[in-house]
Design a protein. Structure first.
Length: 175
């Protein structure tokens, strides 16, 4: 059964300590700067119950992390971390991904973690096979499939077919 809440301590036995430290330091710095953020990517998948090794830290962040300049140029605001101790910190714009809602009441276990529907959305948007594999592992854990599908129908109907295929594939081996 899938956990009801994310917990970054689930990562402790799987993820390298320097990655976990980078996650905590980057989250603390973003908080100090007043940047809304939630953990996404492989670390968030682990916090939701399927820990796996990863080499970077990914956050979905609010627009306050960026400076907008003439001509459409966007840069990071001063002090926003992009690397901690040699570990890359990747920042995704919540508004560019149409997921500002994820930043309003993040689930937290020390470091705020994206809600499952947001994490699934971002993973399904990706063309990388490992992201689809993450989705299937979360499905196998027993996440609330109907609620996730309803979120996709409402927000990203173009991803519903990919979701349905992932659900079917995830359970194919159990039949």
């Amino acid at each position: 059964m899938a956990p009801r809440t994310p917990d970054v301590s689930r990562l402790d036995d799987t993820v390298a300590p320097r990655i976990l430290e980078a996650m905590r330091v980057a989250s603390a710095r973003l908080t100090e700067l007043g940047v809304r953020h939630v953990l996404v990517g492989g670390l968030a998948v682990g916090a939701w119950g399927h820990p796996r090794a990863t080499k970077d830290v990914d956050f979905l962040v609010g627009e306050e992390a960026f400076e907008h300049h003439a001509g459409g140029l966007v840069t990071m605001k001063y002090g926003v971390p992009i690397q901690v101790g040699g570990v890359a910190v990747d920042l995704l714009s919540a508004s560019a991904n149409d997921r500002e809602d994820a930043l309003e009441n993040p689930r937290s276990s020390g470091v705020p973690v994206a809600p499952l529907p947001v994490l699934i959305y971002l993973k399904l948007k990706s063309p990388r096979p490992k992201d689809l594999a993450d989705v299937m592992e979360l499905i196998r854990l027993g996440i609330e499939r109907d609620a996730t599908r309803a979120d996709l129908v409402a927000r990203s109907p173009e991803l519903v077919e990919k979701w349905d295929r992932a659900v079917a594939e995830a359970w194919r081996g159990d039949e």
